[in-house]
Design a protein around this ligand. Structure first.
Ligand code: CS2
Length: 478
């Protein structure tokens, strides 16, 4: 089958929107982590910007894998965005001008030093920021140690960003704006502090400059984007009449909330539907705790109850009801009220999105990286309830399910997909649930450090883990 490229765009059915006939874009954005989420979310916004303003083409950098970069290079950076929802549709995205892999370090460095590049965005997942359990830069992280040792090519996002900023400072060029687009609480402030901490290990004056001159807006990003697979490539090929080995899929809903840092970011993102506001925190808290907290809960309890996808788990009435109650009773009461953000309507809309029958969102994809995800998806809710003198029973049940899930994987010798996978397996292979809960809390794996010493939490989560390992789910409907 003929492949999707700029030369074959004119073969697309007329119903498929594409960048055909558009002024070729210049590169104004560098992005680290060209995975499916980036291509389905940010790149779709930028594609809309480019229809009006060709200055903001994206050069995407993959620090590790060559596969995605190679597939996209064969398609001139084009790929199909398949919307899977009540109103499904396909659209060809042409937001990228270059895809750079691990072997293209010189080009990546040149782009980071280019004054036309104003924005450097990233989707490297939570673990890609190399942060410790308390949210500060982990100076013992293997990639940070590698980069601070003066390696020619950085392995970490911090290494690349600080290299790029240092080069601009030396050349008298204004800094670019780093923008994290990952599910991390207060992601802008965390990235800024991590950049300063990294630079301080090298050059105190550079650290001071980054601290004073570099602005890092926080963002909240949202769109349910399951991994791409062969089935998607087949249905897309059928719909567009061309082969596309880089297609991505998502629901129709998409939201991007960006902190207003008082200076223009470059591309007019508000003009294409993003929200630019000084109050990102309210949106971020609601999204991370309600949507992502519920997602992780559905993942661990659902997998233990034999479900495979989010829609499956939502068809499990006891589990769906439990998640609804968790949001109402444990999460919403501790979220500050925000004008314009109706939490109850948000709860209902999130659960409706989870019921989308046209999308297959695998629970084992969501279950990955629990040690990185749970602290802010469930841990922050647990801490806020504890501070209010409450024990949030549903959140406790969800943590218990995660512990039981980790125990099950460890005892079946099934790899735990998590940067701390081996440590989790070592902690969970032997012993009773209460012993494993104690180990994980002590190691701050999945549980925020603030929970150390809270014996009531230890007892409650141990009891929940014990019930989950026995398959006793009577607590779901109580
Ligand atoms: C999911 C998220 O894989 C996961 O952990 O919870 O990717 C989720 O789909 C997105 O944050 C939705 O915006």
């Amino acid at each position: 089958m003929t492949r999707l490229t700029y030369a074959t765009l004119d073969r697309l059915p007329p119903t498929i929107p594409s960048p055909i006939g558009r002024t070729p874009a210049a590169i104004g954005i560098v992005h680290f982590g060209p995975g499916a989420f980036h291509r389905a979310h940010q790149a779709a916004y930028i594609d809309a910007v480019l229809a009006q303003d060709p200055r903001w083409g994206i050069a995407a950098v993959s620090m590790r894998s060559k596969g995605t970069v190679a597939a996209l290079a064969e398609q001139d950076g084009l790929y199909t965005l398949a919307i899977r929802d009540a109103d499904s549709s396909n659209r060809v995205i042409g937001a990228h001008r270059r895809f750079l892999g691990p072997d293209d370090a010189a080009d990546t460095r040149a782009l980071l030093g280019d004054p036309a590049v104003r924005l450097v965005t990233s989707t490297v997942t939570e673990k890609g920021y190399c942060l410790a359990g308390d949210g500060t830069l982990d100076l013992s992280h293997v990639d940070i140690v590698h980069d601070l040792a003066g390696a020619a090519t950085p392995r970490s996002l911090m290494g690349w960003l600080v290299d790029g900023l240092a080069a601009r400072r030396n050349a008298g060029i204004a800094p670019f704006v780093p923008m994290p687009c990952d599910n991390l609480a207060n992601n802008g402030a965390k990235l800024h502090a991590a950049l300063v901490a990294f630079a301080r290990e090298r050059d105190a004056s550079l650290a001071e400059w980054i601290d004073g001159e570099v602005r890092v807006p926080s963002t909240m990003v949202d769109s349910i984007t399951p991994a791409s697979d062969a089935a998607l490539y087949d249905t897309v090929a059928e719909a567009i009449g061309l082969e596309d080995q880089a297609a991505v899929q998502r629901e129709s809903f998409a939201q991007w909330v960006i902190e207003d840092i008082g200076t223009p970011l470059g591309p007019d993102l508000a003009g294409v539907g993003a929200t630019v506001t000084t109050d990102v925190a309210s949106y971020e808290r609601a999204k991370l705790r309600i949507l992502n907290g519920a997602h992780s809960t559905l993942a661990y309890i659902g997998l233990l109850r034999g479900a495979a996808s989010v829609a499956d788990a939502m068809n499990d009435a006891a589990l769906a009801g439990f998640v609804d109650t968790m949001i109402r009773d444990d999460i919403m009461p501790i979220l500050p009220r925000t004008p314009g953000l109706d939490l109850d309507a948000y709860r209902a809309a999130v659960l409706q999105r989870f019921r989308n029958p046209v999308i297959v969102h695998r629970l084992d994809q969501i279950a990955q990286d629990g040690s990185q995800k749970l602290p802010y998806r469930l841990g922050d809710t647990l801490i806020a309830n504890r501070r209010a003198g409450r024990m949030p029973s549903a959140v406790v049940t969800a943590f218990g399910a995660w512990v039981a899930f980790v125990m099950r994987q460890a005892r079946a010798d099934t790899p735990i997909v998590d940067p701390a996978g081996e440590r989790l397996a070592a902690a969970a292979r032997e012993g009773a649930p209460h012993e494993i809960v104690a180990r994980l809390i002590d190691l701050s794996l999945g549980f925020p450090p603030e929970l150390r010493g809270d014996n009531a939490v230890h007892a409650a989560v141990s009891e929940a883990a014990e019930r989950a390992t026995r398959g006793d789910w009577s607590g779901l409907t109580r």
